[in-house]
Ligand binder design. Structure first.
Ligand code: FAD
Length: 478
């Protein structure tokens, strides 16, 4: 009997009542990994793990059933892994090899309803297991939008977004997911179901919503959330620009943001990413002459959209940006979900290493972060960069690493050393090491460095919420 069977033996005769469950080995294997590139490289180079890492999958249908699962897990001494759609790229849903307790995945996808819409407050209560595309379609039928469009819209869930502090392509106008949440319905390890305050703002003590967001299932399950919704845009305007270099482009963005402009999307591609990932034909058609390409997309009510676009056009020459043809912006809009799915083409080649990481920094450090990471020697490879989420005080930089492992026999070890080098460079230049992908297993060492003293306090909070560490063990320092 293998280790997984032995763990499952401890619980097989007392599974929670009335909850759909599976211990089929194909199902367990599918739930044993997310989309963390390191694991995919490991499987590609070394073959699949001999046995699935998970022992049981449960699909509760409501908060009461999650509560039953939590109480059952405490009684049976199981580890619980909250699961949305498994599109995470940091190993946050996966189990550590050394976890001795039965490992139970709790997939919330059966909790996929929009419970209610309040048109006066412009909010909606939505169950956490809903897939992004389905939520957006539902809202669109009501003439509404959430405004959250991660590139993984088609394969990620509301619960996953909340647990990782996700960012969508139009975040510069609509905000990150943490800006869109009014209230959370949570289920804790002792089975308590509780809602955080539902108010536009509150001074009744600490903000529990913000404390719980981004904790990757280590403090509670999110069973539902009350989110802000907006009318579908009346008008969209796409503009394209070029600047001689990335520094000028960053300054252009800073001027615009600090003047109060909020394009829904603003994207700056560094010269290398411009030349390697944007369509040559479209660049040519747009009259792009070289340097950094910029795309700006305004949307909303017609008057506000026109005013925003007009003001950006007025600022461009003052900031050293040249307007080019709108074909580039149009092309980006039409193909905005394509690039992520092209990664598999590169990953399917043996010995190739591909990953992306998204850091953020205040404006005073942004250029230094960019240069520090770009200057890392990653051997046979390149580092591409674009900026796609902007704020009054700074922005995010999204780096892509594409490398060949060369003659190194151990490709995952080569991945680890490249990862450490780029993280150290970004850390040294003053960045926060994740803007929206989260921590998982990938950055658990790095969060202990970046947030050293605060993680000691976080572990006390964790101990109060989940003293026996049943919820997503091995993550967030737990
Ligand atoms: C092609 C591609 C493109 C991507 N683009 C983006 C992007 O543009 N922006 C972005 O932010 N991310 C992006 N991601 C990363 C990923 O989609 C996000 O991290 C997303 O938020 C994960 O959602 P999920 O439902 O798949 O969560 P999962 O991967 O299932 O889980 C992620 C974490 O959330 C926890 N969790 C899930 N549901 C719950 C719940 N209900 N309660 C408590 N904890 C829970 C899990 O335990 C885990 O810790 C991309 C990924 C891929 C593969």
């Amino acid at each position: 009997m293998n280790a997984g069977n032995q763990r499952f033996e401890k619980i097989r005769h007392s599974l929670p009542d009335g909850i759909v469950a599976s211990s089929d080995s194909h199902v367990l294997r599918a739930y044993s990994q997310d989309l963390w590139p390191r694991k995919m490289i490991e499987i590609r180079e070394q073959g699949p793990d001999p046995e699935p890492a998970m022992d049981l999958v449960l699909w509760p249908e409501n908060a009461a059933q999650i509560s039953d699962v939590a109480r059952w897990a405490v009684r049976m001494d199981c580890a619980l892994y909250p699961y949305g759609a498994g599109s995470g790229v940091c190993g946050a849903t996966t189990a550590d090899a050394g976890e001795p307790r039965p490992r139970v995945v709790v997939d919330l996808k059966r909790m996929n309803c929009v419970r209610s819409i309040d048109r006066k407050s412009m909010t909606a209560w939505v169950e956490a297991g809903i897939i992004g595309e389905n939520l957006e379609r539902h809202l669109n039928q009501e003439g509404l939008t959430l405004g959250h469009f991660p590139s993984s819209l088609y394969c990620s869930s509301l619960g996953g977004w909340l647990a990782t502090r996700s960012a969508g392509q139009l975040s510069t106008k609509y905000g990150k997911i943490e800006d869109m949440v009014l209230s959370l319905e949570c289920v804790f390890a002792d089975g308590t179901v509780a809602e955080t305050a539902r108010a536009p703002r509150s001074a009744m003590g600490a903000d529990w919503t913000q404390l719980l967001l981004g904790t990757e299932g280590t403090l509670c399950f999110f069973s539902a959330a009350c989110v802000l919704v907006h009318p579908l845009p009346e008008k969209r305007v796409g503009l394209s620009f070029e600047t001689p270099d990335i520094r000028t482009a960053m300054e252009f963005a800073r001027m615009a943001l600090q003047a109060g402009l909020r394009p829904a999307a603003l994207r700056i591609y560094d010269p290398l990413e411009t030349s390697l990932t944007l369509s040559r034909a479209v660049l040519k058609e747009s009259g792009f002459g070289g340097g950094a390409a910029i795309v700006a997309q305004f949307e909303g009510g017609a008057a506000v959209t026109d005013a925003g676009a007009g003001e950006l056009l007025r600022m461009a020459p003052l900031a050293g940006a040249r307007r080019i043809g709108d074909q580039l912006a149009q092309h980006w809009w039409e193909h905005r979900y394509d690039i992520s799915y092209k990664q598999q083409l590169i990953m399917s080649h043996g010995r190739m290493i591909l990953d992306t990481f998204e850091v953020a920094a205040t404006w005073d450090k942004l250029q230094a972060v960019y240069e520090a990471v770009k200057n890392v020697n990653i051997g046979f490879g390149i580092v591409l960069a674009h900026l796609s989420h902007f704020y009054h005080a700074g922005a995010n930089i999204y780096f892509s690493i594409v490398a060949h492992a060369g003659l190194t026999p151990d490709v995952p070890a080569r991945y680890d050393s490249i990862w450490s080098d780029v993280m150290r460079a970004a850390e040294g230049a003053g960045a926060t090491l994740s803007h929206h992908h989260g921590v998982g297993r990938l950055r658990r060492e790095w969060i202990m460095r970046e947030r050293a003293d605060w993680m000691k306090i976080f572990l006390k909070v964790k101990n109060g919420f989940d003293p026996e560490n049943h919820l997503n063990p091995g993550k967030m320092g737990g």
